[in-house]
Write a protein that binds this ligand. Structure first.
Ligand SMILES: Cc1cc2nc3c(=O)[nH]c(=O)nc-3n(C[C@H](O)[C@H](O)[C@H](O)COP(=O)(O)OP(=O)(O)OC[C@H]3O[C@@H](n4cnc5c(N)ncnc54)[C@H](O)[C@@H]3O)c2cc1C
Length: 368
């Protein structure tokens, strides 16, 4: 019998397992569907993530940030956001970094290498009996479904297209985000080479299907145009991958002997690059609640204990979901009144030092 069984070896499940293993002697089982993650110095992982300084701090506490940093990361010090259908724009900058673009398989490999150094953790391929079951099994969580936990869902009517591109001009360690009205939002995330970016284009399912049918030259032209030549000519250098986008939020994060973390508990539109960062914060918060109960010799799997985790995280995550849904509605509308409002809003915020600081701290996960 395991003390804790974590289902899912994505970033969120691995963070939770590493933190519990680092601070307790609990017998931990990690149920993994995929093989151990492999990172290649030659090929970039198609999935890259914007990691906030708050998540970086957690990786530091787990002793994996130096490993990640020694391989390949791309810190960005500037963020530029603008509306293609108006004059509204905002510019954030922060030193040493507003955030970091990191490959998903590199983070998973670093966490996995750390996890296997703990002798009280076992990586399993089938489920076993346990005192506490943690669902870190992503957006289509079986743990959530089997526990019959109610969930709110909202279809954003957007599909995200991701790809790697080469740009004529250097990216200047800047994360770029352009709002294109009904054609959605287009982000250029700077990679470690100064002329390479990962793009996330979130648009209507119909337009996304059209993009997927284009050849390399036609898509490169489309993206160069949509980005108004901000980085000169853009050339597609990878396959296109697509992800339908839904907002999800469970009614309860916990039950007696059960907790949900990360995408198993909530998913949101990638326009703010927050999904995995919220999940990492969930994983760290739940681990701290369990560690504290173990230290005080209390039942770490009781509903009473687990509710502390839910109280800490649910309200914060709900606020982020609302903020992202509002931004998506505001910035992808073709209505003239909303266009006026958002352009005024962007420009006014750009000039309001305190408001701008508040937003940048929120995006960095460092607000209190
Ligand atoms: C296009 C796009 C861009 C994004 N960009 C960003 C970004 O820049 N920054 C950011 O913070 N977030 C971003 N996100 C969100 C981010 O990708 C997710 O929030 C994050 O990957 C969720 O991590 P997770 O570990 O909770 O779930 P997952 O990564 O989905 O991992 C779940 C794991 O559980 C496993 N699993 C599932 N079922 C079982 C089972 N029955 N048994 C065992 N294992 C199981 C799966 O194989 C998987 O390994 C983006 C999302 C999209 C779609």
């Amino acid at each position: 019998m395991y003390d804790v069984m974590i289902v899912g070896s994505g970033i969120v499940g691995l963070v939770n397992a590493c933190m519990l293993a680092q601070h307790t002697d609990l017998r931990i089982g990690l149920l993994a569907q995929s093989l151990s993650p492999v990172w290649s110095p030659i090929e970039y992982d198609a999935r890259v993530l914007a990691i906030t300084p708050a998540s970086q701090r957690i990786f530091g506490e787990l002793g994996i940030w130096s490993f990640i940093e020694s391989k390949r990361i791309s810190p960005f010090t500037h963020m530029r956001v603008w509306d293609a259908y108006g004059s509204g724009k905002i510019h954030f900058n922060h030193s040493p970094a507003l955030g970091f673009i990191v490959e998903e398989n590199l983070i998973r490999a670093a966490l996995y290498e750390k996890l296997i150094t703990y002798s009280h953790v076992e990586i399993l391929s089938d489920n076993r009996t346990c005192r506490l079951l943690i669902g870190a099994d992503g957006a289509h969580s079986m743990v959530r479904e089997k526990a019959n936990i109610a969930m709110h869902t909202h279809d954003y009517h957007h599909t995200a297209i991701i790809a790697k591109v080469q740009t004529e001009l250097p990216h200047q360690k800047t994360a770029w985000q352009c709002f294109l009205g009904s054609s959605g939002s287009l982000a250029f995330l700077p990679l470690s080479h100064s002329h390479e970016c990962s793009i996330v284009w979130s648009t209507t399912p119909e337009e996304a299907a059209l993009f997927l049918s284009l050849d390399e030259t036609a898509f490169s032209e489309k993206i160069t145009q949509a980005f108004s030549m901000q980085l000169g000519t853009v050339k597609l250098t990878s396959k296109l991958y697509s992800f339908p986008l839904h907002e999800r939020h469970v009614k309860n994060y916990v039950k007696e002997g059960l907790a949900l973390i990360g995408d198993a508990a909530h998913t949101l539109h990638p326009l703010a690059g927050q999904g995995v960062n919220l999940g990492i914060a969930d994983a760290a918060c739940l681990a701290k609640v369990i560690i504290s109960a173990v230290n005080k010799k209390r039942d770490f799997s009781s509903l009473h204990t687990l509710r502390r985790y839910e109280r800490n995280r649910k309200g914060h995550n709900a606020m982020m979901l609302i903020a992202v849904k509002t931004l998506k509605a505001l910035f992808t509308s073709d209505q003239k009144s909303l266009q006026f409002l958002r352009n005024q809003g962007l420009s006014l915020t750009d000039q309001a030092i305190f408001l701008k600081k508040y937003f940048s701290q929120y995006a960095m996960g460092t607000h209190v």
